[in-house]
Design a binder for this molecule. Structure first.
Ligand SMILES: [Zn+2]
Length: 136
């Protein structure tokens, strides 16, 4: 991933307010792009989803299957699943706590929600990873 793509991800993940609902959308508040870049070097994007191991490339293949009509489309209009996403292992900590942030596939991010702890979710993620391997 090049610097511009990383900057785009960082900017998209900044905390903001939804203009329609006025609800705060969690994101980076004080973390700087440099800190995020350093985190990126440590947190192995190449290893794939922290929970199920699905690679960014496989995530994109799943996205394409849905967008081309070969699978039911659960991408929320193409907005989700195109690449690995950022997840907070503990969703009640800030995104600024980068030790708490991991790469995560859309399927795990969606299923984990705020309900399962990262440890509890590993059981679910194992099944998600196996199911994804059957698809692609
Ligand atoms: Zn996953």
């Amino acid at each position: 991933m090049n610097k511009e793509e990383l900057r785009k991800i960082f900017n998209q993940k900044k905390q903001k307010t939804d203009p329609k609902t006025l609800k705060i959308i969690d994101g980076f508040m004080n973390a700087t792009f440099n800190e995020f870049q350093n985190w990126f070097k440590m947190e192995k994007f190449i290893k794939g989803c922290h929970y199920c191991g699905t690679s960014n490339e496989k995530s994109f293949e799943l996205y394409q299957l849905q967008r081309t009509g070969l699978r039911p489309d659960a991408t929320r209009g193409g907005k989700r699943g195109k690449r690995l996403e950022l997840d907070r292992k503990d969703p009640f900590k800030s995104y600024d706590d980068l030790d708490n942030v991991v790469w995560c596939c859309y399927w795990c991010n969606n299923a984990k929600s705020n309900f399962f702890t990262a440890e509890e979710f590993m059981l679910v993620a194992k099944a998600i990873g196996e199911a994804i391997k059957k698809i692609i």
